[in-house]
Design a protein around this ligand. Sequence first.
Ligand code: ADP
Ligand code: ZN
Length: 605
Amino acid sequence: MTTHTPTEVLSRVFGYDTFRGDQAQIIDTVVDGGDALVLMPTGGGKSLCYQIPSLVRPGTGIVISPLIALMQDQVDALGALGVRAAFLNSTQSAQERRDVETAYVAGELDLLYLAPERLSAPSTLSLLDRGTIALFAIDEAHCVSSWGHDFRPDYLALAVLGERWPAVPRIALTATATEATRADIVTRLGLGRASTFVSSFDRPNIEYRIVSKDNPRNQLLELLRTEHAGDSGIVYCLSRKSVEETAQFLTRNGIPALAYHAGMDSRTRAEHQSRFLREPGLVITATIAFGMGIDKPDVRFVAHLDLPKSVEGYYQETGRAGRDGNPATAWLAYGLQDVVQQRKMAATSEGDAAHKRRLGQNLDAMLALCETVECRRTQLLAYFGQPGSEACGNCDTCTAPPETWDGTVAAQKFLSAIVRLAQRRQRYGAGHVIDILLGKSNARIESLDHTSLTVFGIGTDLDANQWRGVVRQLLAQRLLTVGDDGYGTLELTEESSTVLRGEREVRLRHEVAAAATRRSRSSQKAKVDDVPLDAAGEALFEQLRAWRGETAREAGLPAYVVFHDATLRQIASTRPTSRDQLAGISGLGAAKLEKYGDALLAITA
Ligand code: ADP
Ligand code: ZN
């Protein structure tokens, strides 16, 4: 495939008529032999940025990707477009690998996917020398940074690419990188001369919602029943046990769900991932290990039942929702226990002081996002270096602005209790201190003689739940901290004294009842690119979907690899009667027209 312009390839192979955002400039840069660093949110269209130059330039585009489990799907999807793609990884037999190598050397591949660890093997490097390399694409480039949230030591070896093949253009891509991570990518991959392209990180179709935890599984069930019945989605939990239990809980309650975590055998894991990609309406419950690079376009919600460790991780995970541009929900439930647990993990983690400080800073940023009274999106974008955007109207703080109150006195009461206990050389967790403030007399309090503390019973103006909110926010604002004894006991911080001395006001959010944060659908500003259909159009759309389901099953492909919903909707609304008319539809390239044109016309004409 030579002597075609990028625009021709876009239309002929992919069936799209215009480039999005920076795609055209990025592609031109790489086609001309320049290096590029691309930051684009998930769903922004990163893949075309290296796929098209690979088709336009002579030789094979080498794609470095850590996502071994997805290579087969990626290669299948390209195959469906008529692109000659293959991969080399540890899941193949020696014979399969040899076949791919032969095809590469013979110049019969447009794209070759490689896992990063293969580049440490001299045999891989000499293999690459025997063919023609069109470019190197380094996907998930943030993995090279130890600042980032998925550091992979294998990525450090990628520095060799620029040294060994200085004339081959390199394009590094990521959906998530703060300034620090970005700088790391440039230094560690030697991309000093790369043009940098930073797209807006905004994902306007995702509604962000963060609620305070109060029986989180039931809250989740309520959300799925009322707003996401029959939708595909991902639920993240911190522990494997919780992943398993949540999948069982949802399934028991009529929502089919599968678990995915590192403790499962790899066959079951692969099977669950594959079913999630192929079957409609399936929920996957997973530890954070799941979903990197999952390009399923119609994930309608991403839910977190535990607090993510960093904003970068949170944004990456929530970014897996709504890649097709249709409305999607990012929902997170978090509570006092999350904060205590994560502060504890940061305090007792392995590693040097700098590492602990970094964990603490990551957590601070995440907590600031959770406790903010301002637009969540504005705060997220500012975190990723794009400050100053207007309130979005499509997050919970915009649709139901939280009220704040002067929590100075409450904070002083709580901190005083910690001081009194410290005077007795005692430290306790939040629950016990709250009991003291509420004046509860139980066996434990009696036996410890805590009824004699001057703070005993001085906090009855708030209930236990409100107190938990106070403590959570004091921890978030670092006016209180968790000790490193591993028991989750609370301690004062340097700033605590300013509160105790009355030198500082403490503003707190009111605990918003979960129901009040429900989406008001009318206020959604999401980009809905659904074509409106009349009744006949809807019927035709359903017919087309049924055909697609059948076709995908026969070919063993996910339905969206055959066609996206948006393409089918457009067909249903325009009712093409000829191949020419079909060819004008977005998402219908030459290969798909060839393969499916007649079948489609049999339905529409
Ligand atoms: P990313 O890798 O950045 O998450 P993808 O490359 O998977 O995003 O693209 C997301 C979706 O957008 C894909 O379904 C892709 O086919 C579609 N897409 C990308 N570029 C265009 C374009 N120029 N016109 C129409 N659709 C596009
Ligand atoms: Zn907002």
